[in-house]
Write a protein that binds this ligand. Structure first.
Ligand code: AMP
Length: 218
């Protein structure tokens, strides 16, 4: 299955992406994670991306598209993948279609995680990420057993710079202006499946897997 997840920042894309990818046995490819790994590693790509990320803006398309093209060429993506955070605008979606045409492997489906604005703000401000494994916890909805420490590997939890209130507001604006139009784009292309992303994480996962199962192996 070749799958794209869309939805506003804070819709739970990263969390659901982990479970969905595991369920269908496909790699999760998150552009945000790849950028963050490059920032931590101090690479040239990381230095360039950081300026945009800290401001809550999109990294330029040429840079992002080239990074995704390289990633999709890796052997583990040959039999399917889940894209989380890409495409982020209609131009990237067009570029993704071209990449997949070249590979002779069109998208199977686009899953839209639907969640309202107030909920998104609450989710983003309570989010805490593990420094070592990248797992995302939430102070209210999914707290770790020991405050500040990841249950999975004991890593230290931190709040992403771009989850600070001012940047959150700007990221939501960027989403509304640039990313939301993708939903119409994919709906018109007959590729969109939407689910309600409110409620406990396990319930949303169940809904997502139910909605996607008809597209497995397509
Ligand atoms: P995320 O973890 O998906 O919220 O991404 C964090 C940040 O990485 C975004 O606010 C952007 O600055 C950058 N980023 C991630 N994916 C993309 C993309 N497809 N296009 C441009 N910038 C991106």
């Amino acid at each position: 299955m070749r799958l794209v997840l869309v939805g506003p920042p804070g819709a739970g894309k990263g969390t659901q992406a982990e479970f969905i990818a595991e369920n269908f046995g496909i790699p999760k490819i998150s552009t945000g994670d790849i950028f963050r790994a490059n920032v931590s590693g101090g690479t040239d790509l990381g230095k360039l991306a950081k300026k945009y990320m800290d401001a809550g803006d999109l990294v330029p398309d040429e840079v992002t598209n080239a990074m995704v093209r390289d990633r999709l060429a890796q052997p583990d993506a040959k039999d399917g993948f889940l894209l989380d955070g890409f495409p982020r605008n209609v131009a990237q979606a067009g570029e993704l279609d071209r990449m997949l045409d070249e590979l002779g492997a069109p998208l199977s489906v686009v899953l839209d995680l639907d969640v309202d604005f107030d909920e998104v703000v609450k989710r983003l401000s309570g989010r805490r990420t593990c420094k070592s494994c990248g797992h995302v916890w939430h102070l209210e909805y999914d707290p770790p057993k020991v405050a500040g420490i990841c249950d999975r590997d004991g890593g230290e939890l931190y709040q992403r710079d771009d989850d600070q209130p001012e940047t959150v507001r700007h990221r939501l604006e960027v989403y509304h202006l640039q990313t939301e139009p993708l939903i119409g784009f994919y709906r018109e292309a007959g590729r969109l499946v939407a689910i309600d992303a409110l409620g406990p994480v396990e319930d949303v996962t169940e809904r997502a897997i139910g909605a996607l199962t008809p597209f497995a192996n397509s």
